[in-house]
Design a protein around this ligand. Structure first.
Ligand SMILES: *[C@@H]1O[C@H](CO)[C@@H](O)[C@H](O)[C@H]1NC(C)=O
Ligand SMILES: *[C@@H]1O[C@H](CO)[C@@H](O)[C@H](O)[C@H]1NC(C)=O
Ligand SMILES: *[C@@H]1O[C@H](CO)[C@@H](O)[C@H](O)[C@H]1NC(C)=O
Ligand SMILES: *[C@@H]1O[C@H](CO)[C@@H](O)[C@H](O)[C@H]1NC(C)=O
Ligand SMILES: *[C@@H]1O[C@H](CO)[C@@H](O)[C@H](O)[C@H]1NC(C)=O
Ligand SMILES: *[C@@H]1O[C@H](CO)[C@@H](O)[C@H](O)[C@H]1NC(C)=O
Length: 338
């Protein structure tokens, strides 16, 4: 069986490693191992999709570019929402989780595919929203949310947060099943399945990180957890398999997408973005950003998810698989982690 791993996308458990500046010219297609991809970046309230990055140039999302749109959106978490059935004809979307009127809400954001240029920009439609259909009386504040994880194999979304009971902080997770709602493209049928307390380890990690940040050198670690085991691992405080462990300057906004690790290094005025493979040692991409972002999410789509974005209703699974087999046989991308 192939490797099916889920890497936790909370901003805490991992933070990472050093990339030699001399390798900053590694081209993105070499890094990824294919020329067919769509890079989806969420910055503040804007979403961009980029294809065909020129060799030697930075990815649009990784450089300082002022947003085309206003930045008044409220804080949110973003995950990639891919349908559960691997052969589903429905294109992936961005699923955002946030708080509205004191209630946990979400929105599904369409990913726009660039038509005439290499980059498509769109404003995230803040007016669009739906609620988690739960009658739980407690909704975590957005600042108490530790992480949001969507598992495409089960269709479960985990909202992990700090809860306060009797003056004590007890971290919890709420698990919802998200199903496609064919009567309404902008919402999902969601069911609250269960709630459980998570081990303090996952919260302590945050504190540990913050303390260590001050001295500017931490051990940055990325762990992966097998699909289907997240509840157990969170409950029991099991970290998972260590995927990467290198000492380096602190990083923020660390994310793993399609076998690549994205991160930001913030040194006051000098803000730098980094991208490197999780496993292969082929250098990385470093870009000057010089601008803070209220939100920063980074996703790379290839294979069938890419074909659906590009071809819309004409997407053909057989054709798409053939296209990707031919594309880069000697540079097969590493195990896909998300
Ligand atoms: C994002 O929003 C912040 C706060 O509103 C603003 O300072 C920053 O310039 C924005 N970033 C970009 C890239 O527009
Ligand atoms: C879930 O996403 C991963 C990564 O894109 C993909 O390899 C896998 O096929 C997906 N699983 C299902 C059941 O679609
Ligand atoms: C949630 O509360 C609303 C309004 O109080 C009620 O109509 C609905 O049936 C409740 N749903 C569930 C699943 O209990
Ligand atoms: C900014 O950060 C990059 C990456 O760490 C470093 O190479 C560069 O020298 C820094 N520039 C300044 C002006 O500090
Ligand atoms: C980023 O900031 C550094 C140091 O302040 C400056 O030297 C560099 O020109 C800036 N780069 C951009 C793209 O603004
Ligand atoms: C899908 O692509 C395959 C291979 O190119 C082709 O044989 C098949 O006819 C296509 N199916 C449709 C419905 O277009």
């Amino acid at each position: 069986m192939g490797r099916k791993l889920l890497s936790l996308t909370f901003s805490l458990i991992f933070l990472l490693f050093l990339i030699s500046p001399s390798s900053s010219t590694t081209s993105f297609r070499k890094l990824l191992g294919t020329e067919k991809y769509a890079i989806v970046g969420i910055t503040n309230c804007t979403s961009t999709t980029e294809i065909n990055v020129d060799d030697g140039y930075c990815i649009h999302h990784m450089v300082a570019k002022l947003d085309h749109f206003d930045n008044s959106c409220i804080p949110f978490y973003s995950v990639l929402y891919a349908p559960i059935e691997p052969e589903s004809p429905h294109a992936p979307k961005i699923l955002q989780v946030f708080l509205n009127d004191g209630k946990l809400a979400y929105r599904l954001v369409d990913i726009e595919f660039p038509q005439s240029k290499n980059v498509a920009h769109s404003r995230i439609p803040s007016e669009k929203l739906a609620y988690f259909t739960t009658n739980l009386t407690i909704h975590p504040l957005i600042s108490d949310i530790i992480g949001v994880v969507y598992e495409n194999v089960s269709g479960f979304i985990y909202v992990i947060y700090k809860a306060f009971e009797d003056g004590q902080m007890k971290p919890k997770a709420d698990v919802y099943q998200m199903e496609q709602d064919f009567s309404s493209p902008n919402s999902l049928l969601n069911t609250h399945l269960y709630q459980f307390y998570i081990d303090n380890y996952f919260v302590d990690t945050v504190c540990f990180t913050i303390t260590k940040m001050n001295i500017h050198m931490i051990m940055v670690k990325i762990f992966s957890i097998p699909y289907g085991s997240l509840t157990y691992y969170l409950k029991r405080g099991i970290r998972g398999k260590l995927e990467h462990d290198i000492e380096s300057p602190r990083r923020e906004k660390v994310q793993v997408t399609n076998g690549l690790v994205y991160s930001i290094l913030n040194e006051g005025n000098n803000i730098t973005s980094f991208l490197r493979p999780l496993h292969r040692d082929v250098g990385g991409i470093i870009c000057a950003m010089n601008s803070t972002r209220t939100e920063d999410y980074f996703f790379v789509l290839t294979g069938w998810e890419f074909c659906k974005l590009r071809d819309g209703h004409d997407a053909n699974l057989t054709g798409c698989n053939m296209e990707f087999q031919e594309a880069a046989p000697e540079l097969a991308a590493p195990a896909v982690l998300r």
